[in-house]
Design a protein around this ligand. Structure first.
Ligand code: CA
Length: 236
């Protein structure tokens, strides 16, 4: 790690803002905070952050709009923090490119655990230069780059983490619990909404026909596989 990670907090509640900033500082991060969507958009245009903690209910420009502006960018990772705990909002946030969703109120430990998990995915770029191909999709696991028909495809950190894990294990079925546990963490192994949403996101970006996927294949009721079944066994 080169230095403390920069985190932008977008939160209009002054007291909560202070609490979160203090928690992040104690966690060893470099937090910055803004109280509204206009300032958030300005900062995100001109500066680099590893993570954005994004409230949804904000003055002027709400969190959904910020999320829409960030969509398709590899960084920053986005954790939505919202008082709205409805499942529909959570799915919508994940669908719009958020990496995680945290319902208020939450404790400092929970917040720091989520930030650590998302940063692990941001930093998961390292690894050997190992290229995996399927149809017109080429994934360079080391360079953290994916191309479809020669065009680079932009993925969020969590999309990367999921695609990378599947591609590293190309031809092998990974079950839901393994994928949820490895990408999101042990407390998520029952939360299939995350997995389903992210698989759909990847399919929309990578598949010629997302309804009949051939790159990320659904295998029965238990899991997913990257690409076809290999016709000979490979030594790892
Ligand atoms: Ca708010």
């Amino acid at each position: 790690m080169i230095g403390p990670e920069r985190i932008l907090l977008v939160e209009d509640d002054r007291a909560l803002r202070q609490v979160i900033v203090t928690a992040l500082q104690h966690g060893g991060y470099l937090p910055d905070a803004v109280p509204d969507g206009i300032q958030a958009a300005q900062r995100l245009r001109s500066e680099d952050f590893e993570v954005v903690l994004l409230d949804i209910g904000l003055p002027f420009v709400d969190g959904w709009e910020i999320l829409a502006q960030l969509q398709g960018r590899h960084q920053p990772a986005v954790i939505v923090i919202s008082a709205r705990g409805e499942e529909g909002d959570k799915v919508r946030a994940l669908d719009m490119g958020a990496d995680d969703y945290l319902t208020k109120p939450f404790g400092a430990d929970e917040l720091l655990a989520r930030v650590r998990a998302v940063l692990r995915r941001v930093h998961a770029a390292s690894g050997a230069h190992h290229v995996v191909c399927c149809h017109d999709v080429t994934i360079d696991l080391g360079a953290h780059a994916v191309f479809r028909a020669g065009q680079e495809v932009r993925l969020s950190p969590t999309e990367w983490a999921l695609l990378g894990l599947l591609a590293e294990n190309a031809g092998t079925v990974l079950d839901h619990r393994t994928l949820l546990g490895r990408i999101w963490g042990p407390s998520y192994i029952g939360d299939r909404n995350y997995l389903r949403t992210f698989v759909q996101r990847l399919r929309r970006k990578l598949e010629a026909d997302p309804a009949n996927p051939t790159v990320i294949v659904t295998v029965g009721r238990h899991g997913y596989r990257f690409g076809p079944i290999p016709d000979r066994s490979m030594h790892s």
